[in-house]
Design a protein around this ligand. Structure first.
Ligand code: SF4
Length: 318
């Protein structure tokens, strides 16, 4: 890992308009609200939070799969939100995605060889001989044999399919991989193999990852740093070991208290109420409706980041 940033996200906001408002009227879903993040070359940055916190929308916005309302996403020196088609096409070769569900992400009608050749045929002018060489190299790198290439997706287990999806993400030699819940659809016995594969790719090939997951034990094993997201905001960010050993934000403490561990003595923190709707964000600190330490000012004032390498948004610390 270097100190150089591969991606810088500044003040990013993403909104949706739906027709599910009161009496069928339109409503605005504030999915991502003023996110600032930096991802260093060669690191795994995890974004964690409960379902509906905006982490998958953030990931899609980074890859241009969701339009941003405002802000900047800078990849190397390129502001992706102000780039032309040619620049975006170049970026898309350098940035690939591994999806949650390896059953849905592979075309069942295509042989594995064609699934892996497709991105190269679309995005490069390599000869068929060179394409085949790359495909064979990447399937091996993902831990499968060349014999797999002649088969169809349904002939593989979930773990093997996720390896194929990873091989497909690697064929264009990306610098950046966005992995959205890459193991949550797999059996527990298979999860460790895929997690180890991602770690090897990061360590041996200096790949940079944005890992989206709700699974804190995956983060503890895999991520260099972790950002905790709540209602579209990053409320705490720091090195994984610092966040796990000394979490600061009351929400992070609650998330970590729910991780099952042998010999764990700390009491599980049960938060009151459900996650508020992103269509109707609370004023002040967005966590104030569920926070055990809520103070009067939390209801009206919005806390800003405190700290340098370990940052938290909470009035308990400023
Ligand atoms: Fe709780 Fe207030 Fe801190 Fe928000 S700012 S997390 S409500 S103590």
């Amino acid at each position: 890992m270097t100190n150089e940033n591969l991606i810088k996200i500044k003040n990013l906001a993403v909104e949706y308009i739906t027709n599910k408002g009161i009496l069928g009227g339109k409503q605005i879903i504030h999915a991502v609200n003023g996110v600032n993040l930096e991802i260093k070359k060669g690191e795994i940055l995890a974004v964690a939070g409960e379902s509906g916190c905006g982490k998958s929308t953030l990931a899609k916005a980074v890859l241009g799969l969701e339009p941003a309302k405002s802000g900047q996403i800078i990849f190397e020196d390129l502001n992706l939100l102000a780039s032309d088609k040619k620049e975006l096409k170049n970026f898309k070769k350098k940035a690939q995605m591994v999806f949650q569900n390896p059953y849905a992400s592979l075309n069942p009608k295509m042989k594995i060889i064609d699934i892996l050749k497709e991105p190269l045929e679309i995005n490069t002018d390599y000869s068929q001989e060179d394409i085949l060489k790359i495909v064979k190299e990447k399937i091996k790198l993902a831990g499968l044999s060349e014999n797999c290439l002649a088969l169809y997706p349904h002939e593989f287990s979930g773990g093997q399919r996720q390896r194929i999806a990873i091989a497909r993400a690697l064929v264009l030699e990306p610098e950046f991989i966005l992995a959205d819940e890459p193991v949550s659809a797999l059996d527990v016995s298979i999860q460790a193999q895929i997690i180890n594969l991602l770690k090897e790719l990061k360590e041996e090939h200096n790949l940079t990852f944005l890992l989206i997951t709700h699974d804190m034990s995956v983060i503890e094993f895999l991520a260099d740093r972790v950002a905790i997201m709540y209602l579209g905001e990053i409320v705490e960010i720091g090195k994984t070991k610092d966040i796990f050993s000394a979490p600061l934000h009351p929400y992070t403490k609650a998330l970590l208290s729910s991780v099952p561990q042998i010999n764990k003595t700390d009491k599980k923190i049960i938060l009151k109420g459900d996650l508020p709707s992103p269509a109707n964000l609370p004023t002040g600190c967005k966590f104030h409706t569920r926070c055990p330490y809520v103070m009067e000012k939390c209801k009206t004032c919005h806390p800003e980041d405190t700290g340098i390498s370990h940052k938290v948004k909470c009035f308990l610390y400023n």
